[in-house]
Structures are given as C-alpha cells and as structure tokens.
Design a protein around this ligand. Structure first.
Ligand SMILES: Cc1cc2nc3c(=O)[nH]c(=O)nc-3n(C[C@H](O)[C@H](O)[C@H](O)COP(=O)(O)OP(=O)(O)OC[C@H]3O[C@@H](n4cnc5c(N)ncnc54)[C@H](O)[C@@H]3O)c2cc1C
Length: 385
C-alpha cells in the first residue's frame, strides 16, 4: 500500500492549495453557490479523468479536494464538487455507454456542466426499496413521474443521475438509473433552505411525465442498484476528503488564535494550558486516524477489492471525526466562536449536515454489520472454533 503522490500529482496538490489559500480566500465566503470559484477549480482540472487510468482519477480528485480544503476552500464548494464528481460523473464513466460518456463526459469533466445524484424522495430516504418515482416505457421512450428531494446541486445542475423504480414488485432490484437533462420539459427544480453547506445548493426535483429517449437509461433496466452502489462507493469513500483538509486549516487557525490570546498583564497564552493542548492533540489524533482510514478505503476501492464495507466505514468514521473536530474547535473559541470567528460556527453546521449525506451513520452501521463476516480475520488452524 503506497499512499504517496507522484511528482505530477504533488505539484497539482500544491497548485490546488495555493488557489484556495490565495484567490479563493481573498474572494471571501460567497452566499450560495459560488460560480466563479467553481470555474476556478474546474480550470485547475479537479474533474479531469485520464481514460487510461480511471481508478487513478478517483484518487486524484480525492487528493485535490483535500488540498483545496487545506487551503481553506469553503466546505459547501467542496461538497458540491464531490456530489458532481463522485455522485454523477464517476458512475457515468464506470457504467455509461460510449455515446453517454461522449455526450456528458467532456462537459462534466470541464465543469461547464454540473451534475447531481437524485435518489432521495420525501417518503424514501434511508429505505431505497421504498422509492416510488415511476418509469413507463412507450416505444423507444421512457416516461418518468415522481418527486426527489435534498438533491445537492439540483438548482445549478445541467444533468441529474436519477434513480427510479421501473419494476415495482422487485424491491431494490426493480430500480433503474437515468441521465436526465434538467432542461427536459416536465422537470422542475426548487431550492431548499438548509442550515449549513450553503455553497452546495440543495433542491427539490419534480418530474411531471418527463419523456426521455430510452437511451437515457444508465445501465440495464433493473440495474439501478448497481449504479447507486457505484455512486455510493465513490461518495462514501471520497466526498469528505475536502472536509479533512478543511479541518486541518481550521485547526491551524484555532492554534494561532489560542497562542495569540493573552490575558492583560500575563505572558502565557491560552495555548499554554494543558487542557487546551490536550484538546488540540485529540483533534490531531482524530484527523490523522480519519485520514488514514480514508486513504485505506480509497485503496480498497481503486484496487477493486471492496465496494461496500470500506466505503461505509470511511463515511461513518470520517463524518463523525470532522464533526467532532469542528465541535471541539468551536468550544475552544468560546464566545468568539459564537460570533463565528474564523467561521467556526459555520464549520459545525457544515459538518453536522454531512452526518446524514450518502446515508446516515445508522445506515452505514447496518452495512458494516451486514458485511462483517467478510471483513473478519479468518479463524483457521487446529485451535479454531
Ligand atoms: C447534506 C446532505 C446532502 C444530501 N445530498 C443528497 C443528494 O445529493 N442526493 C440525494 O438523493 N439525497 C441527498 N441527501 C439525502 C440523504 O441521502 C438522506 O437524508 C439520507 O439518506 C437519510 O434519509 P432521510 O433524511 O429521509 O432520513 P430517514 O430515512 O427518515 O431516517 C431518519 C432517522 O432514522 C434512522 N433510520 C432510518 N432507517 C434506519 C434503519 N434501517 N436502521 C437504523 N436507523 C434507521 C436514520 O439513521 C435517521 O437517524 C442529502 C442529505 C444531506 C443531509
């Protein structure tokens, strides 16, 4: 297992970090989706995929998002980028036909088009077998009808990777996936007001007899679960890399603040208290463990070894780690945190939101438990039970 970056990728990593620390920091936080920051990270090549090395592209984008985070890029922007790449572009490249890849690949890779993954419905969040968006086939067309909610990027996207129920009696094996251009007649998009991650616009998608060519289906009829798994595999493993980077940035700023805050007439700073140092050390440990877990999960996925248990473990542990770090940093800022100094309160809201994204912690635990036998060390030999 080698997690080191090639010279080329290291140089890109540095460019991403410089972009975030320089231009993006100077521009300040945007309210809502930041189109100009999106264009800048797209120009950097964050979404570019080398067709000769698609697994390498997954790792490359993951590291670039982490680099942007270490330079203090907004978590909303990083989450929007992750939803676009891991939730839409990645499954398209894995499972799309040559014609689908040719149509959507170049605009999504250049960032000219934005993608979104539309699974959740008002009555079906964790339980995907309860999805009810319907599909009927009419000749060489399909007609979609239903309602999606909490879709990241919905209101800025040009294409949705949408999961619908084509065979109602087959549970999750009755799902199919479709590439739905958002300008198709019958598609309406509405923004959702959220707390946290304002840079990653969330929205409702209404599908009112949306007619598409049957060639819009991604994968086979009834193959939607495989598409959903491909998206979840990438999202759960990699979407929080940027948040790990952002936590590093926040930790450095908090450390600087604590060292510079002195009581009148005293030489020592807040950072001289052992209790404060221990909190910082705990954050350091939590971030390092989460980072190595993410890298290991990424390795499992890019080596084609596992697509279920490791992504779930990474999602659960990394989301909890970045949330706990944001919470502890907020406590260290105390009153200044309440005033959102260094956007510490925003970080708490942003990281709290991602606890439910790509499946809640309970759903990840269900998945990890269901895969436990496969991940246990085999007990063999004469003393084995
Ligand atoms: C920041 C963010 C971004 C998102 N982006 C997208 C997106 O781009 N596309 C998209 O389609 N969706 C998106 N979602 C929706 C997300 O996938 C759902 O919120 C998530 O799957 C949970 O569904 P729910 O909110 O309906 O909760 P529910 O399913 O109603 O769950 C409520 C509670 O019950 C628990 N629970 C439910 N079922 C079980 C079970 N079987 N065992 C144990 N506990 C259970 C849950 O863990 C949770 O605590 C996003 C959500 C967030 C917060």
């Amino acid at each position: 297992m080698d997690f080191s970056l090639s010279d080329n990728d290291r140089a890109l990593w540095e460019s991403a970090r410089r972009l975030a620390l320089g231009e993006l920091q100077l521009a300040g936080p945007a309210s809502g989706f930041d189109h100009s920051a999106w264009n800048r990270i797209s120009e950097l090549g964050v979404f570019q995929v080398d067709p000769a090395d698609t697994p390498g592209a997954l790792a490359r984008t993951t590291h670039l998002l982490e680099a942007l985070g270490t330079g203090g890029a907004d978590r909303g922007l990083l989450f929007a980028a992750g939803a676009h790449f891991f939730g839409c572009l990645w499954p398209l490249l894995q499972l799309g036909t040559p014609a689908q890849r040719e149509l959507w690949g170049p605009p999504l890779e250049s960032g000219r088009a934005i993608g979104a993954l539309a699974i959740t419905e008002p009555e079906a969040g964790s339980a995907i077998s309860a999805l009810s968006t319907s599909v009927t086939t009419e000749g060489d067309q399909v007609v979609l009808h239903g309602h999606k909610t909490l879709v990241t990027n919905a209101t800025v996207a040009q294409v949705l990777l949408l999961i619908a129920k084509e065979f109602p009696n087959r549970g999750s094996l009755g799902l199919s996936a479709f590439l739905v251009p958002t300008n198709t007649p019958g598609v309406s998009l509405r923004p959702i007001q959220t707390i946290g991650l304002e840079g990653a616009p969330s929205g409702e998608v209404e599908l009112n007899s949306v007619r598409l060519p049957a060639t819009s289906r991604l994968g086979a009829a009834g193959g939607g679960l495989g598409v959903l798994l491909a998206a979840m595999q990438a999202e759960r493993t990699a979407i929080l890399a940027g948040f790990l980077g952002a936590a590093e940035f926040d930790l450095a700023r908090c450390d600087h603040y604590l060292k510079s805050r002195r009581r009148t007439g005293e030489q020592s700073s807040l950072a001289d208290h052992q209790a404060v140092q221990h909190t910082l050390a705990e954050i350091r440990c939590r971030l390092e463990s989460a980072r190595w877990l993410l890298y290991r999960g990424l390795w499992e996925v890019t080596q084609g070894r596992d697509r279920i248990a490791w992504p779930a473990m990474v999602k659960k542990c990394v989301s909890e780690a970045v949330y706990e770090c944001a919470h502890d940093i907020q406590c260290l800022y105390a009153g200044a945190g309440w005033r959102n100094l260094n956007r510490s309160a925003t970080a708490v809201q942003d990281t709290m939101a991602i606890l439910a994204a790509s499946g809640t912690t309970e759903v990840q635990l269900n998945t990890i438990a269901s895969q436990l036998t496969k991940t246990l060390v085999p007990l063999t030999g004469p003393g084995a039970p």
